[in-house]
Design a protein around this ligand. Structure first.
Ligand code: HEC
Length: 199
């Protein structure tokens, strides 16, 4: 009689102990699963990496949105201004080798003053815009007399500007002694002689 009471008590405490252990484990698990209850675990390297990734995605989406907005509202005048900024602001490295009038200081390439006019008569059959596009995408196709063929391809390093930026640079260069003919929405690459659309 006495021994069965002892057994009952023992069995009862065993059940309680197992229950407590299970409950404790469950607590830890749900704390881990619940983002609200996980502050202490929020800075594991994995979480930090995930946060950074989400941040980068948001930044990229914002940059794409701004670019789409820019394209939707782009005017010819704005293209000229942005082209001027790429050339004069140093982003295109143009002044490492060129000058425009007294500005810039580069002497490795021709002075670009009046290029908007000159470009139309450089190569038989090429308009100013076509010649300028060729100068930027295929600088070795025509080498200005008296200069070495050291002009880098504009889309490659060190210049590394994209097709839209090249269109803007062409728009700006056209205004140096000439008139802008390129329009927003045009593709600079298609102006290059030999590209499908320009034939
Ligand atoms: C590393 C030097 C260098 C850099 C940087 C450079 N150019 Fe040139 N560029 C030259 C040289 C040299 C020539 C002349 C040889 C030739 O025709 O390829 C030239 C020729 C040109 C011509 C033809 C000029 C003419 O009179 O027919 C244009 C237009 C031009 N570059 C525009 C640019 C623009 C715009 C940039 C910046 C986005 C730039 N270049 C950056 C070296 C450079």
């Amino acid at each position: 009689m006495k021994s069965s009471v002892v057994r009952l008590v023992l069995a009862g405490s065993l059940v309680l102990a197992i229950g407590a252990a299970a409950f404790g484990a469950l607590e830890k698990w749900s704390a881990y699963r619940s983002p609200l209850r996980r502050p202490a675990l929020a800075s594991t390297p994995h979480d930090v990496a995930l946060d950074r990734l989400a941040e980068q995605r948001a930044q990229r989406a914002e940059a794409e949105r701004q670019r789409a907005e820019l394209l939707a509202n782009l005017t010819g005048e704005a293209m000229v201004e942005m082209g001027r900024e790429i050339v004069h602001g140093g982003r295109g490295f143009c002044f490492n080798c060129h000058s425009i009038g007294a500005e810039g200081g580069g002497t490795q390439g021709p002075n670009l003053e009046g290029i908007g006019e000159r470009a139309a008569s450089r190569v038989e059959g090429l308009s100013a815009a076509q010649y300028l596009a060729q100068s930027l995408y295929e600088p070795e196709a025509f080498v200005v007399e008296g200069f070495a063929p050291t002009m880098p391809v504009a889309t490659e390093r060190p210049i590394g500007i994209d097709d839209l930026e090249i269109l803007m640079v062409i728009a700006y260069l056209e205004t140096l002694g000439g008139r802008r003919t390129v329009e927003p929405g045009m593709k600079a690459l298609e102006l290059v002689p030999g590209s499908e659309k320009s034939r």
